[in-house]
Write a protein that binds this ligand. Structure first.
Ligand code: T46
Length: 134
């Protein structure tokens, strides 16, 4: 499984850092939605689903967390600990987020509006979907 982690170019000067993200330039899709999670409790695991169509970029802009990616035949754990790194998650990929530091802010850029019917929340259903859509 290929893990795609983008390293964004910070515009740094003596005031600090600034990262700008533009669709189809830094991000490989139309950004239709942005959401973020913070105040994640110790030991909490989130996610446990895949998406049929949605593509996303996850950026831990503060603190750190880990993301488990599972394409149905292979699993990879990806640490996110830099505010200038973005993990691309294609559709058809099971994900779990965990090991959040208490100060973690995980921001997500998404290619589609929120649509519950795009979620696959049952692991066996995901395995069948992944097999059919290889
Ligand atoms: C994903 C991972 C990385 C909304 O109303 N709108 C939204 O855009 C989102 C993302 C969520 N919600 C509601 C739905 C639930 O009542 O917020 C609540 C928490 O969502 P969920 O349990 O799906 O959160 P996570 O952290 O398990 O998963 C989220 C995204 O849903 C998912 O697409 O890939 O982050």
């Amino acid at each position: 499984m290929q893990v795609i982690k983008y390293v964004f170019q910070p515009h740094g000067d003596d005031r600090g850092q600034l990262v700008a993200l533009e669709e189809f330039k830094d991000i490989p899709f139309n950004i239709k939605r942005v959401y973020y999670m913070y105040d994640t409790g110790e030991g909490v695991h989130r996610g446990f689903h895949a998406h049929k169509l949605l593509e996303q970029i996850l950026i831990c802009i503060h603190g750190s967390c880990k993301v488990l990616l599972d394409n149905g035949s292979e699993k990879k754990i990806v640490p996110l600990e830099k505010p200038y790194e973005g993990l691309y998650i294609a559709n058809n990929m099971w994900r779990e987020m965990y090991d959040f530091s208490s100060d973690a802010v995980l921001i997500v850029l998404a290619s589609q509006l929120y649509d519950e019917s795009d979620y696959i929340r049952d692991y066996d259903e995901f395995l069948n979907f992944a097999e059919e859509n290889k």
